[in-house]
Ligand binder design. Sequence first.
Ligand code: ZN
Length: 208
Amino acid sequence: MKTEVVTDQPMVALTFDDGPSSAYTPAILDLLNEHNSSATFFVLGTEAEQNPEILRRMVNEGHEIGNHSYSHLNFTLLNDAELAYQIDTPNVIIEEITGKAPVLLRVPYAFINDELREKIPFPIILWSVDTVDWQSRNADYIYNIVINNVKDGDIVLMHDIYGSTLEAVRRIVPELINRGYRLVTVSEMANNRGITLKQGNTYNNLHP
Ligand code: ZN
């Protein structure tokens, strides 16, 4: 059960890329549920196909699913047909599974240029706090980066495919709530801020 978002409450959007993973994503969903919190999952088409139940859980439990491409290629190296495949396929897969097509996209590796911005038919969501969890694989390090840097309107990048990230998230979620933050999806934060996310625009944060 989610309560209404209070407009003047500081908020943070936790985002998780490259999943879902059967090993870690369900535990992250359990944790978010326990804390009445939401997050955004930028999933890969390849992983979505293999984990339909997890995708349905995400939507049923109030989270947002974003498109993170079909198979995590560098968009700047693709021709138009390849680019369309990478963007369109995950949206079709996710809509077939959940009944709801993603409206946000995160480009793999954050590799983006002006030509791509014109071709990508979605708002492009990047991040303002990079936990570098894929590199450190260290829960203390991930926790400290978030807690020492986070502020109202931040978008935090993590990956729901590592045990160290799950371990960090178990501490990050209650601590952010202790500090007065509400944990919301990217679209909830934009709505709350009165920001219309526009196609081809890049967003690193939704600071007030
Ligand atoms: Zn990624």
